[in-house]
Ligand binder design. Structure first.
Ligand code: F6P
Length: 550
């Protein structure tokens, strides 16, 4: 059947009856204001909520009705969400473009669980690695593992990038309250030498351990920084044997680890069925375990697992990842929002938005369906954010009074980890106040009633009706961090399923990598290179070479 505007093949997403029903419904909802929705239902704030494993999700300030949610659930059913969830947990190769299973849920499965990948139960392997990590972390934390000169290791530097960095950095920052303050943790990711130089400038190589994290162990940035680390260590310790005491690797690629010169006895493995951006609870989290200890790390895994089980078994009506995912579809595809702001009112979560950027955008930034056809609607929105209250004095103006819809995920905790006077109450008061102001705004009449001069009334009016969700948790702990991360992992899965895309590949980063290699050769060539790029790139290369004195 020809694919034109009037006759779309039945299987395309926007041609589904459930999609069309949502579009028709959206025309009504576009006219509804959150003020009216709340006025019509005094219990809305208690009804449009869901709770699981310590996470309380209030989505009453989203521009949805019971009907919206029913239609979204019907869309999810029509797109086969139930079967897809089951297929993921069964270890099927749902990452079709790489022909791999997607089993980050196995990383946090209890010891007695049974999860087959291609006929083999992978749970014993997962726990064997966890046990080795725990033994190593304990030796390091207790001072049994010593550096080459016999000095105690006081500094741990994790070298990695993307999923081999953002998870460990985020988790270290998030759980700093629980970390061993005798140890210093640093993270090096950027191929910009400044990252490495600044991370090491005040450290003693005799007291420093590098954890080189790379799933493939071929990533340019990580290998370059790992070689810099090796040179830095050897320049001070003057002995190749020092490498065994100062370097460990986390990877799926033992051959490359060996080639680099790290003894595979000092390697912690994981598997191709763990995507980089889904790997913070695998051996990639070794730095996290060293920082917070085995018991806390296992508590984090228990949090992940609890959310996995909730996702797998809870009815869609009160399934947190399903709700968050479907609300995202509603905002992106029907209300036309291009972004999501993630706003943690918790300083320890300062790297959470950056972590979510990779998780969501590398997963769902796709324009091709699983069948190889172009998608027929927008896919992954742009995730960004800053911890509250800093964002309020920077970009919130646009969220309140700009012309674009920016749905917000507010995240807050009831108990302070760093109590200081009444500061925590002030922090959370700001969170609640922001979501209230965004939803309800301030009418021109209310502004006038305050005695505002007429000329200023339009400027001081807040339209409101700006959607947000609030995730409220008792306390930030390893367990609740696990539940929170798993919530977003599965939210990504829900959306990828609706869009019918592969949320687990990342072909889009490849082209840049290939071109960078070619360009690096042009930049470092001792003789004038024969440039065969476009005229802009050629001119930039010539100018760079000239200003570098080449
Ligand atoms: O940026 C692309 C990417 O492949 C990410 O998906 C991955 O997390 C990162 O590079 C690092 O890869 P590796 O762990 O293999 O070094």
């Amino acid at each position: 059947m020809p694919n034109d505007a009037t006759t779309k093949p039945a299987q395309t997403l926007t041609a589904r009856a459930e999609w069309e029903a949502l579009q028709a419904h959206c025309a009504t909802m576009q006219k509804a204001h959150l003020r009216d929705l709340f006025a019509a239902d005094p219990a809305r704030g208690e009804r449009f909520v869901a709770e699981a494993d310590g996470l309380y999700l209030d989505y009453s300030k989203q521009r949805v009705s019971e009907e919206t949610l029913r239609l979204l659930r019907e869309l999810a059913e029509a797109c086969g969400l139930r079967d897809r969830i089951a297929a993921m947990f069964r270890g099927e190769h749902i990452n079709t473009t790489e022909n791999r299973a997607v089993l980050h849920v196995a990383l946090r499965a209890p010891r007695d669980a049974h999860i087959d990948v291609d006929g083999e139960n992978v749970v014993p392997q997962v726990h064997a690695v966890l046990d080795r990590m725990a033994a190593f972390a304990e030796r390091l934390r207790s001072g049994v593992w010593l550096g080459h000169t016999g000095r105690r290791i006081r500094n741990v530097i994790s070298v990695g990038i993307g999923g081999s960095d953002l998870g460990p950095v985020m988790a270290y920052e998030a759980l700093r309250h629980f970390s061993d303050r005798e140890l210093t943790f640093r993270f090096v990711s950027n191929v910009d030498g400044t990252d490495f130089v600044e991370a090491t400038r005040d450290l003693d190589p005799a007291e420093t351990l590098f954890i080189v994290c790379s799933k493939t162990f071929t990533t340019l940035e990580t290998l370059t920084n790992a070689h810099a680390a090796r040179a830095w260590t050897l320049a001070a310790l003057h002995n190749e044997q020092a490498i065994a005491k100062h370097f460990v690797a986390v990877s799926t690629n033992a051959d490359e680890v060996r080639k680099f010169g790290i003894d595979t006895a000092n390697m912690f493995g994981f598997w191709d069925w763990v995507g980089g951006r889904y790997s913070m609870d695998s051996a990639i989290g070794l730095s996290t375990m060293i920082a917070i200890g085995e018991a806390n790390f296992r508590a984090m895994l228990a949090g992940f697992h609890a959310m996995d089980e909730h996702f797998r078994s809870a009815p869609f009506e009160r399934n947190l990842p399903v709700l968050l995912g479907l609300l995202g579809i509603w905002n992106a595809n029907f209300l036309g929002a291009a972004t999501v702001a993630v706003l943690p009112y918790e300083q320890y979560l300062k790297r959470f938005p950056a972590y979510l950027q990779q998780l969501t955008m590398e997963s769902n930034g796709k324009h091709t369906t699983l069948d190889g056809a172009p998608v027929d609607c927008d896919t992954g929105p742009i995730y960004w954010g800053e911890p509250g209250t800093n964002g309020q004095h920077s970009f919130y103006q646009l969220i309140h009074q700009g012309t674009r819809i920016v749905p917000c995920d507010f995240i807050g905790f009831c108990q302070a980890l760093s109590p200081l006077g009444d500061q925590h109450d002030l922090l959370i008061a700001n969170l609640f106040a922001q979501s209230e102001a965004l939803a309800f705004g301030k009418t021109a009449d209310e502004v006038r009633a305050e005695g505002t001069p007429e000329a200023l009334v339009p400027h001081r009016t807040f339209e409101g009706n700006r959607p947000s969700s609030t995730i409220l948790v008792e306390r930030l702990t390893p367990y609740t961090l696990g539940t929170l991360v798993a919530l977003y992992e599965h939210c990504v899965f829900v959306q990828g399923t609706i869009w019918n895309i592969d949320s687990f590949d990342q072909w889009g980063v490849e082209l840049g990598k290939v071109l960078a290699k070619r360009t690096a050769a042009d930049l470092s060539s001792a003789t004038e290179p024969k440039l065969d790029h476009d005229s802009s790139t050629n001119a930039l290369i010539r100018r760079y070479r000239r200003l570098r004195g080449m």
